[in-house]
Design a protein around this ligand. Sequence first.
Ligand code: 5RP
Length: 231
Amino acid sequence: MYFSCMLSPRDIKQRIGNSAVQFVEDGMTIGAGTGSTAYWFIAALGSMVSKGFNCQVVPTSHQTEILLREHKIPVITLNEAPQIDITIDGADEIDPQLNLIKGGGGALLQEKMVAFSSRKRIIIADESKLVQQLGKFPLPVEVIAYGYKKVQTLLEREFGIPVNLRTKDLSPFITDHGHYILDCSFQRIEKAESLSNYLNSIPGVVDNGLFLNMTTAVLIGYNNGDLKILP
Ligand code: 5RP
């Protein structure tokens, strides 16, 4: 009888995080992502730093900055970073062209700024994040709090989709930069580039969770324990 070995979601993420350190080299300036997969990359990096590995790291969120400091990993700001060699971050959806939806953890703005300033961008994720078409995961749109209902209504009418203000403990979820998030349930995003441009042209929108043509490679962890680098 054949028994296939299925890892728990936590074990898969830990395996991906441990493997992601293969992309970093001594002396690098590194962008560190946000979320439960990036958590394990930071833990693995922390263990290397404790053994003498030299790096400086730009966090993509306040939560990640706390984690980096807990692991005694040297932290610098985006302004202080001369050039980020590589950023390693998670994703909520990954399509066959390696375009992404990000922002499930609410850190999309800083994540995009850090990724944009990086020479290489590596995405780490489990196989559940691979999709044929972006859009099942509600697209996060970061908006300033002032007048957010106008943006919400515009998007609902324009696309005929539910647009929900993200909440936490019955209050609006506030991003690290003091904004709100509108989660847009497109289901299928056909023209991601024109959608992203349109969203970012609306006064009050700060940025959206589409990360297009930004990914250098993806490290995918499979339920059976396999790891694969795409493309
Ligand atoms: C946070 C993000 C995360 O990278 C994304 O939500 C994936 O997180 P996880 O690894 O926990 O599934 O974009 O804003």
